[in-house]
Design a protein around this ligand. Sequence first.
Ligand code: OXD
Length: 338
Amino acid sequence: MTRKLHIKNNHAAPDTFPSTPESEPVFTISLERYQQAAAGFPDLATQLEVFVDWDTDHWLESMRETEILLTWNLPTQDLAEVAPKLKWIHCIGAGVEHLCPMDWVPAGVTITNNKGAHADKAGEYALMAVLMLHNKMPAILTNQRSASWNSLFSTPIAGKTVGLVGVGSIGGGAATQLDKLPLHIIGVSRHGRAHPHVHEMVAMDQLDAVLPRMDYIFVSLPSTPETVGLFDAQRLQSLKAGAGIINVGRGATFDYQALANLLASGHLSGAVIDVFDQEPLPHDSPLWAAPNFVVTPHVSADDGDSYVPITLELFFNNLRRYLANEPLLNVVRPELGY
Ligand code: OXD
């Protein structure tokens, strides 16, 4: 018996995913890419009948027989009637806030996410961004815009403290890379579970106790009711004078205008920011020109060459569990939203 796998790709459009034409090929699961990955899992692939689609071109016809859906998003309305055989949705992103609230999930359908696909790339970005902040690159880039030669010296980084707010797969990747430097690493996570490359781990309710000790803060939180607005004006104001900020999680966790104000006033030294509420960041956003505020276009964690192969490997490994009736990895908890 074969099971039908529907792969839903999206054409790029602003405010969806992928949001830019250049990101569309990075995230497209073409039949060719699928077959290349499937060749590594022949015993599993023969158990699937695969249909590759774009947007909702063949959604209604195809979903009638579909048991497994591989996608970033989907039309959720009346899903139980549209897809009566559906059992498993694998989301090709780590963040699933676009699928929340998950009151539409039919009984018996499990959702998994792409947790684990981002760790290596995000870890290197973290290393780069911490070194950028420490070497005053945001201020140097700001000065460059006005042709200003201002000798901003820095020191070796030894002895500085980096805080990782969120120690999931991305925060863990950051810890692994940052631990190569002579830094003290504090992790803050929901449960405060130990990580081999984090020197001091606390639970989220200790966040305000440890934040003022951090020279550089790397935030990789999902957008959930618990995290939206976490870094508001007051909390940002409470950070150590001269601290630097990196955000690769979701824009909704920050008040960026308050952050820009604190950079302009000199209380904070720099920011390297990869995620925004609206992506692409609109041309007229004041953040483009905010001093010491570096914008990167949501590229911190996605491997531009191998995102799809990494995703499909993760998918096939989970498919093995699925076919063996074993618990899946990366199951999203609808009540938590990640
Ligand atoms: C994701 C991301 O959620 O890259 O996968 O932001």
